[in-house]
Design a binder for this molecule. Sequence first.
Ligand code: GRF
Length: 208
Amino acid sequence: MSSPRRRLAVLASGTGTNLQALLDAASGPAYPAEVVLVMADRDGIGALDRAAAAGVDRVVVRLEDHADRDAFTRACVSELQKRDVDIVATAGYMKLFAPVMFEEYGERILNVHPALLPSFPGHARKVLRDTLASGVKVTGVTIHFLDEGMDTGPIVAQEAVPVEDDDTMETLHARLQAVEHRLFPDAVAHLAAGRISVDGRRARIQSP
Ligand code: GRF
């Protein structure tokens, strides 16, 4: 008998194309996780529409509705625990969490980032702007564990993407996202299957 699928929550703040890639991957019965919750930090975003279209439970938890970041984080943890969430994927999610999130879900949250960390941390638009302004010829996609910092957790997977001479933020982002949509579901599957080990800064994926 195959092992039960892990309960996955996806956290998003925007369009949700990475959410869609995860929903599509998890629609196959062999994928080791199912998306049981989409959590957003604001209303009216594409990610919530995608969750609704897929029939997935969704909740909005706004930082502005809480006294401070700790209270906000506790509310987010509570929404995850209510649904017995095992693992979390942050896909274009724009909020940082207080330590309580990592006390509960440490090394169970993966993030997708549109650059080769530790180069170019920050939110996606800043990353794309900084990448083009720097003149680098190669950038890429990083999948890493989320921690309390801004894009500082152990790196699980990276793939290089070329920067073309005539790239704009839009054309570069499209090339990066094509890689994100493959690399992120793959890494989440490894996490769900218990194949990622972490030793200090170094995360390793074991062969199945
Ligand atoms: C992605 O490029 C991701 O790397 C970054 O934010 C963007 C979110 O895009 N963290 P989407 O909402 O998944 O389309």
